[in-house]
Every structure is written in C-alpha cells, then in structure tokens.
Ligand binder design. Structure first.
Ligand SMILES: Cc1cc2nc3c(=O)[nH]c(=O)nc-3n(C[C@H](O)[C@H](O)[C@H](O)COP(=O)(O)OP(=O)(O)OC[C@H]3O[C@@H](n4cnc5c(N)ncnc54)[C@H](O)[C@@H]3O)c2cc1C
Length: 465
C-alpha cells in the first residue's frame, strides 16, 4: 500500500508523544486569549501550551495539506486523518479547514492571490500557515442564505468585509475563507460569495479580531471562537454569483473528513472497549466471553467495516471529482449523495459506538481516566458540525430529487449487491420522492437511514477486511 511507511511513522509518533500531549490539551479545557501586547496593540493570541504546537505541526509536516496539491490526490490526506483521529479527532479540524482554504484558493484564486497566499499554506516545515472556513453566523449554520449578514464592499485593491462569524474554528489562522454577501446581492443563498481573508492587513495590523473562544465539551485541540470582521481586507474567489457552489465544495471536503474521523473514533472506542473486556471479569469469565457482550462485539465489528466502506467510498469519489467546477458532472452528484449518506451515518455510528463503549466499561467508563468519556464527547460534535443529521438528510433528498443521484448509486451497487434488496430499496426511495413536499421531509429520515445502512453494508464487500 502506498504511504504505508508514512502512516506507520505517524502512528508511532502518536504513541510515543502525541497521546500524552492530546490528553493534556483535552483536560486543560479552553485556552486563554492574550488580546493586547505590551504597547496596547491588539494581537489576539491564543495561549495554548508549547506542546500543542508540536502536536499540531506534526500533521502539517507529514503532509496532511501539502500532499493533496503536490501529489494531486486527496487519498494521502484522508489516510493521515484516519490515522491521527484514532488518537485525537479534534486536531483533524485545523487540518480539514486548512485544506478547505488551500483547495478553493488553488482552484479559484487569481494568479496574483495564489502566488501570494498559496505557498505559505503548502510549506513543509513549522512555518506553515493555517487556514480556516468561516460561514456560520449568530442566525444559524443550517440556513446560510438567510443567516449570513457579513457584507462585502468592493475596494480599489480587492474587497472589504464587515460582519461577525459566530462559530469560527482555527480562530487565529493566518488565512480564512469566509462567506459574505456582496452589497446589493440577493438576500438568498444565491447572493453569497466566498472570500479569502488574511489574518494581517497589508500594513501588518490585525485584519480580523477574535472576540472570545467557545468553551466546548470536546474538540479542544482546535480553538473555536467568535470572529469580528471590520472592513477586513479580502479577495474574491471565483465569480461572486457562483459563490454558493464554492462554499459547498469547501463543506464537502469537511464532510468527507468528518466521515473518516467518525469511523476512526468508533474504531478507537471499540478498541478500548475490547481491551477492557479482555481483562474485566464477571460471573467467573472475562466479560468479553459472556454471550450477550460477545454478540455485541461481533455485530459492531461488522457495522464498523460497513461504516468504513461508506466513508472510504466518499473519499474515493471525491478524489475523482474534487477539481471539477460548476457545472458539475453526474459523477459529482453521485459523490454528493454518498458524502451526505457518509457524513450522516458514520457520525450516528460514532455516537452510538462511543456510548456503547462507555457502557462496556460500566461505571468506570464515566471517569476521565479511562478515556471512554472523551470519545463520547468528541463524537457528539462530529454529528453536529459540517451540517447536522437534518441537513444531511434534506440535502441528500435534494440531490436525489434534482439530479437523480440515487439512480447512479443503485447502478453502482448493482455490481456488488443482491438485485432483490436493491429493487426494494429503490422503490422505497421513489415512493418517498413522490410524496407531497411536507410529508416528504417528515418521512425522509427512516428511508435515508435505511439507504445509508444498505449502501454501507453492500460497499463493505468491496473493501478487504
Ligand atoms: C465545535 C464547533 C465548531 C464549529 N466550527 C465552525 C467553523 O469553523 N465554521 C463554520 O462555518 N461553522 C462552524 N460550526 C458551526 C456548525 O457548522 C453549525 O453548528 C451547524 O451547521 C448547525 O448550525 P447551528 O448550530 O446554527 O444550528 P441551527 O442552524 O440553528 O439549527 C438548529 C436545529 O434545527 C435543525 N434544523 C435546521 N433546519 C432544519 C430543517 N430544514 N429541517 C429540520 N431541522 C432543521 C438543525 O439540524 C438543528 O438541529 C462549528 C460548530 C461547532 C459545534
């Protein structure tokens, strides 16, 4: 397998150094912010311990961002994320949003913007810049068309952005992509454009301000804050009137990352549960050998393989279409459906598995020192960011309805799955799509869930165990 040595080295580093750093960061909670320097100038510096930088920079050096553009493939990026998130799901957020900055810049930035900003994002040493992807505002993340109030005004040398971003991960990144509405654009999702926003202005003063950091239940390896854009220097990516497509391309990179991270988290929670069940005894046996628990382990292992297959199928498809621009191919729409199924189902599976792994530990599972509680906290966030389950279901419905993406999915599955099962599922999907709009939304979850499980189970035949 290509990159095997890279992944083995990454794994080894986490065992010898990374795990201890990650545990400390998680237990330490939200870091402080130094807002002013000694001369009273705004600096908005996040006060993580030095070891945090060691952990964070390791993934960048290994190539979680630069390899995608140098090797012209997303496979190494997602392989690295899978390996890293087995130990720390949260630290994959900075990597994902940095990728989500580098890719649209490489695809849609002007030659001048690329020449200035891309090389620092792709550095292979510790001076690498980080990216960020800021869409969500106080009005909510699901309905971006209504909730994005950040305004973009044209300026002689680019654009100026003013507005507040309410959930902004990697809050001190050197460069961010942000959704904003050019003055006079329609008040819907079609009026949004995507802009590149550097941390520092041309005169070196701060270009955006960090109001505060969020005190979160998990993903403490990424600082998430509130950002104030105040006449901030910005550069338009692509055409203003196709901004929503670019925003969705950024989100899709994250949704696939989220799927990979969810599967790794579930695998980690199961590995910890297994290690515990091999040692703990009850009723004269290792608890692993008690029939009820043994069956649960067997069933969950099968589901893990299915979840992995679904996540990896989304990686494989994205790797084929990530350089496409609108108007997209049919394959792109197939990818979108698989990405919604994967984001939805793998996160649900991760939450359920983390809860179960805690139960296997019994009361000890609720204690921080056993680790199981952390996986449950982390998993809860995976289900919400990058679009909640509701969003995945409704967007999945849309791509089936408007682009007939389910037909492409069924055609692909037909090569590996029994015909009867597929036909039954296909008529269930068709029945849903034929319902009146309100009823269709109300009844979508059960069908979407069955479609996700069926796809995952059938795809698992494709991947070696
Ligand atoms: C730790 C963390 C970090 C984050 N980092 C970032 C970041 O870096 N950049 C960024 O842009 N965002 C970020 N987010 C925001 C995240 O993307 C949003 O939380 C998410 O998109 C949901 O938006 P919301 O929280 O505003 O919920 P809302 O949109 O207010 O939704 C509230 C509830 O209503 C449901 N709902 C909405 N519409 C429908 C519908 N049509 N049908 C049924 N139910 C519906 C939602 O699913 C949800 O359950 C982050 C979030 C977290 C928790």
């Amino acid at each position: 397998m290509p990159h095997l040595d890279l992944l083995a080295a990454e794994q080894q580093w986490w065992k010898t150094e990374g795990i201890a750093i990650s545990d400390t960061i998680d237990r330490a909670g939200t870091p402080g912010v130094r807002m002013f320097d000694k001369l009273g100038r705004r600096i908005d510096e996040i006060l993580y311990p030095r070891e945090y930088q060691t952990m964070l920079r390791k993934g960048y050096r290994s190539g979680v961002v630069w390899r995608a553009l140098e090797e012209n493939s997303l496979i190494p990026t997602y392989l690295l994320m899978y390996t890293i998130s087995f130990h720390d799901p949260g630290v994959c957020c900075p990597y994902t949003v940095s990728l989500g900055t580098a890719v649209p810049l490489a695809k849609y930035g002007s030659a001048e913007t690329q020449a200035h900003f891309l090389p620092p994002l792709l550095r292979k040493d510790d001076s690498v810049w980080q990216g960020a992807t800021w869409m969500t505002e106080i009005g909510g993340g699901s309905d971006l068309g209504a909730a994005v109030n950040t305004i973009a005004k044209p300026a002689a040398d680019g654009w100026r952005l003013t507005g507040d971003k309410y959930f902004a991960s990697n809050a001190a990144a050197e460069l961010a992509v942000a959704a904003a509405r050019p003055e006079g654009a329609p008040p819907s999702v079609r009026g949004l454009a995507l802009f590149l926003v550097p941390r520092c202005r041309k005169d070196d003063r701060l270009n955006y301000f960090l109001r505060r950091l969020k005190d979160k239940i998990a993903t403490r390896s990424v600082p998430t804050g509130e950002i104030e854009l105040r006449d901030s220097e910005a550069y338009l990516l692509g055409q203003a009137d196709s901004g929503i497509y670019l925003i969705l391309e950024v989100l899709n990179l994250s949704r696939v990352a989220n799927s990979v991270v969810s599967v790794a988290l579930a695998q980690r929670a199961m590995a910890d549960a297994l290690a515990y069940a091999e040692c703990r005894t009850a009723f004269g046996k290792r608890i692993l050998d008690l029939p009820l628990l043994r069956r649960q382990f067997d069933d969950r292992l099968k589901s893990l393989r299915s979840a992995f297959a679904l996540a990896w199928e989304s990686v494989r498809l994205l790797d084929q279409v990530w350089m496409e621009r609108p108007p997209y191919s049919e394959r792109y729409h197939l990818f979108r459906l698989v990405a919604h199924l994967a984001k939805y189902w793998t996160a649900e599976f991760a939450v359920d598995t983390a809860k179960w792994a805690m139960e296997v530990h019994g009361g000890l599972g609720t204690l921080a020192e056993y680790g199981a509680e952390r996986w449950l906290r982390e998993a809860m966030i995976l289900a919400i960011w990058e679009g909640t389950p509701h969003r995945q279901i409704l967007d999945g419905l849309e791509v089936m309805e408007r682009k007939q993406a389910h037909k492409m999915l069924f055609a692909q599955l037909a090569e590996i799955a029994p015909a009867g099962e597929l036909q039954e599922m296909e008529s269930e999907v068709q029945r849903l799509l034929n319902l009146p709009p309100q009823q269709k939304e109300a009844e979508a979850e059960a069908v979407f869930r069955r479609l996700a499980v069926l796809s995952a189970d059938q795809l698992s035949r494709k991947y070696p165990h």
